[in-house]
Design a protein around this ligand. Structure first.
Ligand code: OGA
Ligand code: MN
Length: 286
């Protein structure tokens, strides 16, 4: 097994492992250590089906079930695709399933709208368009390190409100039902700065689900979150992944933001399958 950094601040490609087969504990310990250190791991040329993806993902911890609105909602998968799950036909752009996926184009971290936010996501490329459809990633540890001292001090101990209603409202305010907004996924609080328990490195924890600061006047908190989103994510902390079929990327949702980028969904097919590993505790008392 070899580890090759992908970007100056984060990300590494791991070669020499077939993750579709059972992995011995020593090898997995090295993969896990690389994950803590590099925050994003790429494995190429993997021959994965759903079952193998679940088996590898579970090495990181128990998996989440996905939000009801995803086409694979309620299963262990989130399906990012323009193909109908039953017929395989291309889904029209104005269909609610495509509108819902548009929110993926906002910088976000998966499941920060859950009381216990996720540890990591694993996204595997099953069908890839010949152009477009990259996934962009931002290293929020490097973003935190680059903040002015005064901003870092201001963030100390702050929590923010996160909700799926907030992220989806940026695409279409009518996308979610009242049940989904208030019962299935009511707003939660998350610390704005999270430290990795293994390396101690701090990361700025914001993104599209994050709306305002808990305990501040709402407008002021919204402005602060927007200001951070606009200034902290700079090109030098970003890596754009151009997918090849057989790629799987694992990213640390505690310290990396990501977003989908456009592709011609009328012309090309895209099918990505995501598994999400649950976190083990809330970041803050609710
Ligand atoms: C995801 C996601 C981005 C993409 O699967 O969580 O945001 O490019 N995907 O499909
Ligand atoms: Mn996502």
């Amino acid at each position: 097994m070899e580890i090759h950094p992908l970007h100056p601040t984060f990300g590494a490609e791991i070669t020499g492992v077939d993750i579709g087969r059972p992995i011995d504990d020593d090898t997995f310990a090295r993969i896990r250590q690389a994950f803590e250190e590099h925050a994003l791991l790429l494995f190429r040329d993997q021959d994965l089906d759903d079952e193998k993806q679940v088996a590898f993902s579970e090495r990181f911890g128990p998996l989440e079930k996905t939000f009801s609105q995803n086409p694979a909602g309620g299963t262990l998968f989130a399906r990012q695709s323009n193909l109908d799950i039953k017929t395989g036909e291309t889904i029209p752009i104005e269909d609610a399933r495509m509108v819902y996926q548009r929110a993926n184009m906002l910088w976000h971290t998966d499941s920060s709208f859950k009381r216990v936010p996720s540890l990591c996501s694993l996204l595997s490329a099953r069908i890839v368009p010949p152009e477009g459809g990259n996934t962009d990633f931002a290293d929020m540890r490097a973003a935190y390190d680059a903040l002015p001292d005064a901003t870092r001090q201001r963030l100390e101990g702050l929590a923010a409100e996160h909700s799926i209603a907030h992220s989806r409202a940026q695409v279409d305010p009518n996308l979610l039902s009242d049940y989904q907004k208030s019962i299935e996924a009511p707003p939660v609080k998350q610390l704005m700065v999270r430290a990795n328990p293994v390396t101690g490195r701090k990361a700025l924890f914001i993104g599209a689900h994050c709306s305002h600061v808990v305990g501040w006047p709402e407008e002021e908190g919204k402005r602060f979150v927007r200001h951070l989103m606009e200034t902290a994510i700079t090109p030098d902390i970003c890596y754009s992944h151009q997918w090849r079929e057989g790629d799987i990327v694992v990213w640390d949702n505690r310290s990396v933001l990501h977003k989908a980028t456009p592709y011609d969904s009328k012309k090309y097919k895209r099918l990505m399958q995501r598994t999400t590993v649950a976190g083990d505790q809330p970041t803050v008392m609710q």
